[in-house]
Design a protein around this ligand. Structure first.
Ligand code: NAD
Length: 245
């Protein structure tokens, strides 16, 4: 039964002309990065107010000390897991055309994926809130909060804070990718984070086939998903690539 689902999923993948993968926090759990919500979620430990723009601008030191602890000291130690590596291999083999990720941890790129759209931005770069200069985050986090070497303005990580809009470029590229997709792979996402959660509906409108990988059902499972492969992202993807080869 399970084998049949994998066989069918791999058939769809190998016959696809434009497969898009859409990933959420679940793909990085096995790299040691917990999800935000849920039982072991980060928001059970931290108050997410420090990621609200107004709070950040008025309390830069307090915000930055948590941002550094979570997104740089902790996330920064994480390494890609097999889920990231299999997706990169699937891109190399021509199966995956792009990944739209909601994650900000850079692990898809570290694993070798090239065509990655970071819907919520990245922790890799910082931008000055005053003069807009952009910097690599490495070496700039020695004292907190970090300030712009050019104008001394406050530096903000290039990931989307609560209440901030999604950058126009990544939004339109993601919409475009979703509208081209004939197979759409949902991995480790609840489908509850707006507006990211609307992207798969664009692919649905264009009659893409949906394959989902998750340890539990998401908002999409019973509405648009054709094949639900239950399990940890790395285990399911490793099995799937076996069927593909
Ligand atoms: P989410 O929508 O990203 O959901 C996480 C999903 O992962 C859940 O459906 C859960 O069942 C699933 N999951 C957990 N472990 C899994 C595994 N081993 N294999 C497959 N699926 C697994 O929700 P969130 O965590 O609240 O995240 C909110 C937003 O913050 C999202 O945009 C998310 O991408 C982002 N976020 C990013 C990171 C990161 O950059 N690594 C970490 C946490 C949250």
């Amino acid at each position: 039964m399970d084998e049949d689902l994998y066989r069918l999923a791999s058939k769809w993948i190998s016959e696809s002309t434009h497969l898009v993968a859409f990933t959420g926090a679940g793909v990085s759990v096995e790299s040691g990065i917990p999800t935000f919500r849920g039982e072991d979620g980060l928001w059970n430990k931290y108050n997410p107010i420090f990621l609200e723009t107004n709070y950040f601008l008025t309390h830069p030191k307090k915000s930055w000390s948590l941002i550094k602890e979570i997104f740089y000291d902790f996330f920064g130690r994480a390494k890609p897991n097999d889920a990231h590596y299999v997706l990169a291999e699937m891109e190399k083999k021509g199966y995956v055309k792009s990944i739209i990720t909601q994650n900000i941890d850079n692990l898809h790129q570290e694993a070798g994926s090239k065509n990655v759209l970071e819907f919520h931005g990245t922790s890799q770069t910082l931008t000055c809130v005053t003069c807009n200069s952009k910097y690599n985050s490495t070496n700039l986090l020695v004292s907190i909060p970090p300030y712009c070497p050019k104008c001394n303005g406050l530096l903000k990580p290039d990931f989307v804070f609560f209440g901030e809009p999604i950058p126009q470029e990544v939004l339109s590229e993601s919409i475009n990718e979703a509208s081209l997709a004939d197979v759409f792979l949902l991995i480790g996402t609840t489908g509850e984070i707006m507006p990211a959660s609307t992207i798969p509906y664009i692919a649905e409108k264009n009659r893409a086939k949906f394959i989902e990988i998750n340890i539990e059902e998401s908002k999409y499972t019973n509405s648009m998903v054709n094949i639900f492969l239950k399990g940890k992202a790395s285990e399911v993807l490793l099995k799937l690539i076996e069927f593909l080869s």
